[in-house]
Ligand binder design. Structure first.
Ligand SMILES: [Cu+2]
Length: 311
């Protein structure tokens, strides 16, 4: 396992250099300032200096304390710029992958209807990620590659890098995007070109499951503010693995176990308080009988069925 400290992309060296230089300058300055404070505390204490001496103006000193910090900040700027500017300069041969952020998961679109939850990429190839958000602002951060960019709906942002180490690296979301923001993680998996080709060939085109019309409805009706897709408990139970599972529900007649097939799911949407999932409160979910009808109900149920077949 690589740690976040091993620079795993071509851009890491530039970032690390700027970081080390700024850290060293800060360290030296802090040290110098503390030493000076201690020196003046002792040297100019009341015991030694009964009557403080008065000073006005010292041109030489003022020039020195203007020029030296100017040089220091210009050095920091130079190395910062050197590390940053290649990040915005994408090589023409870069392989393009669409990175999609949504509450609260990443997904990567390789084209041809092929998606994956983790970013799988070939070693030593230039990779460009086109960043899209389906809802709120997210931030795509791969610490080991030293790349981080905001993912904003309606704004075409991108980042690129060339992985120079094989292995698995963490991907985080770095914009607070709601309840399960901290769970919005994935892996960047760097493999040999041949392994990549094999992986890609084996990757089933999921027929755009992320864009399934049922899922679009769940988003459009804000169901996913209360129900997660990834198994985490929000206000209501997660939709993960819902279809075909056993649910323990409380009805007016008491507790019972039901199978979550079409009828149960439809009833849960139209009459949410008739059968309340055990462990959750009645009255939180309102009926959608005037909002979601006929075909749309079927689309949602179909999405749940497809999603449970996927794993
Ligand atoms: Cu996010």
């Amino acid at each position: 396992m690589e740690t976040a400290f091993s620079g795993a992309s071509n851009l890491a060296a530039g970032v690390d250099k700027a970081f080390i230089i700024i850290l060293s300058i800060s360290f030296i300055l802090t040290f110098a300032i503390v030493v000076l404070i201690i020196y003046t505390l002792i040297r100019f204490s009341r015991k030694r200096e009964k009557n403080p001496r008065q000073f006005t103006g010292n041109t030489k000193l003022e020039i020195v304390w203007t020029i030296i910090p100017l040089i220091i900040v210009l050095v920091m700027f130079y190395y910062g710029w050197k590390g940053f500017s290649p990040m915005r300069d994408v090589p023409a041969d870069a392989m393009q992958i669409k990175a999609i952020g949504r509450m609260w998961a990443w997904s990567f679109d390789y084209g041809d209807g092929k998606f994956s939850k983790d970013l799988v990429i070939p070693y030593n190839r230039n990779i460009k990620l086109n960043l899209f958000s389906e809802d709120v602002n997210h931030g795509l951060f791969i610490p080991a590659f030293r790349v981080k960019e905001d993912v904003i709906a309606g704004y075409d942002n991108y980042l690129w890098f060339r992985p120079i180490l094989k292995g698995e690296f963490d991907i985080y979301c770095t914009e607070y995007c709601g309840l399960a923001h901290s769970g919005m993680v994935a892996k960047a998996i760097v493999v040999d070109s041949l392994d990549y080709v094999k992986w890609f060939a084996d990757l089933k085109a999921t027929g755009n499951i992320p864009d399934h019309p049922g899922l679009t409805l769940l988003r459009a009706n804000a169901c996913i503010t209360c129900h997660s897709l990834d198994g985490s408990k929000v206000i209501g139970p997660s939709f993960k693995g819902l279809y075909g599972s056993k649910r323990v529900v409380i009805t007016d007649q008491g507790e019972k176990t039901v199978d979550a097939f079409d009828d149960y799911i439809k009833k849960s949407i139209l009459e949410p308080n008739a059968e309340v999932v055990k462990g959750y409160n009645k009255g939180l979910m309102q009926s959608y009988k005037d909002v979601i009808k006929g075909e749309d109900l079927d689309k949602i149920v179909d999405y749940f069925r497809k999603a449970s077949e996927q794993k």
